[in-house]
Design a protein around this ligand. Sequence first.
Ligand code: ATP
Ligand code: MG
Length: 591
Amino acid sequence: MTRFLVSLLRPYHLRLVLSIVLASLTTLAQISLFAVAGYLISASALHPMSVLLLFVPIIGVRFFGISRSVLRYAERLMTHDVTFRILARQRVWLYDRIEPRTTRLAFTMGHGRLVNAVTHDVDLLQYIIIRVITPIASSLVTVIAVFFFLAHFSQTIAWTTITLQVIAGVFIPVMTHYLGKKPTKRMLDTRERFYAQWEDALVGMKEIQAYGQESAILQKLSQEEDNLIQEHNKIAQIDSLAVAAVPWFSQVAMLLVTVLAASLVVQGHLKGVYLAVIAFVSLSSFEALTGLPQAFLQLGAIKTALTHLQTIASTKKDLSDHLETTPSSISRHTLAVRNVTVTYDTTLAPAVRHVSFDLPMGKKLAIVGETGSGKSTLLSCLVRLIDYTEGSITLDGQFLTQLAVDDVRKQFSVLTQDSHLFHTTVEDNIRLGNPAAPLSEVIDAARKARIAQCIEQLDLGYDSLTGEFGAQLSFGEQRRLALARTLLKDAPILVLDEPTRGFDALLEQQFYETLPSITQGRSLLLITHRLLFMQDMDEILVMQHGEIVERGTHAILLKENGLYARMVRLEQEQLTFDLPKEAISGTLSMW
Ligand code: ATP
Ligand code: MG
């Protein structure tokens, strides 16, 4: 963890040193102000022969008074500057780490904890500089400087002050840290649960309403909020005790130092004019320690935040780092999958086992099969979202793993099973497929995806906002918009995972009618549960438990009368009720 922290701060070490120097100078200016003021009061009380003798301390009071404010301003500017630079870089750094691990992190941490890491954990880093490193370093400088200053007058006074400083600046903060450890851990766990419940409640609002669970959810949330407030209160109690303890010690120090100094004055070992100076220096030196208990109280939370960030950074990537040795020269766009096996985690059974197929340019290949049989997993391997464990995939004879990931992804236009719409305009959502495309092509893609008419009816047309999670559009409309995005990308291999999910029967039929024109000059890999339009496919792979159990054309598979034929029969029985006769007549006649 220390190495991780050092790597985080290394690029800013000069600014950090400057912050510490400024913080130390500010505290020293403050102490000097008290010292000179003490001297001025005492010297004035002794009625000097000439007022001119007071001239230097008066200037000193002004000088330290002004320099304290200026230095404090400069120190705040510098510490916040370093902090914000780190925070800004940290979020980009974190995104860079999350992006190649999306599949694994979504599985191991969940989205709630990832959001927590991007917001709270990164925010907590600001405490490291503002509340921990700078105050600890500057208080160390102050304590040493004050010790030597006081030792110049009396060793006993110097040791008395430093002993109380160690109690207030080390013992109390360490105590605070240990007392706050458990409540902090409980607070962090409760907060994580609380946010996860909020996320669930917001995303699943409709289900909650439909099942009449509003009051149960509210009760759960308010119970969790009470727990959170309770833990915050416990931490606040420890915090306030610790904050009060430092001034208490400063008063004790001043009292002791005054008594010791007074006895030295009585014994004639110290000039009376320095008594107030020593007492004030001792008192004001504790100012440097006031933030330390709070800093130590935050240590537990900071440690947890750093652990989270480190866990994210050290999670195995979805794709291992391959040496990209082959310069890409893909012209025939021929895909060959050989004996591919995919295992998500060593503890889990393979999601795909020994799958082989060819997809030469222009071929239309369908992958069908029961849910959970590994279809989408296979797709993720092809477009290099995850690694396969065994076997090989080649494009024009070149191993996918030896090509640059971007070069591979350029070969595919993909519609994933759970396509996401961004909180932006309809046009921008489609344009993601090809940011350079003119509006005419965006509209053309929308037409092919059967969504153009629907968009034109919106008040702002292509400038309408789709809303977070595409909330202003129906599910079928969202899917069609995502399909338009896929169609806009003019890649040689079109990969569609359940493209007509959420379509009504008529729309689905229209889509499959236009599919030949959409796929003209491209290869097609279609993953679907709908077997109604399979006659046009050059090959159909039937998957079960991660394996290909049947393969062939629609006609051949029907003749074989195996799993595929059974699935077609079942679907037709179902569809006889919800499709117009003419739509299914083609399939029925094949049967
Ligand atoms: P469906 O028809 O329901 O979309 P599918 O054939 O696409 O199913 P996959 O999504 O490929 O099936 O899943 C295959 C298996 O892999 C399933 O058992 C699933 O639980 C598992 N799986 C999928 N994604 C992950 C993941 N990120 N981590 C671990 N296991 C996963
Ligand atoms: Mg799937």
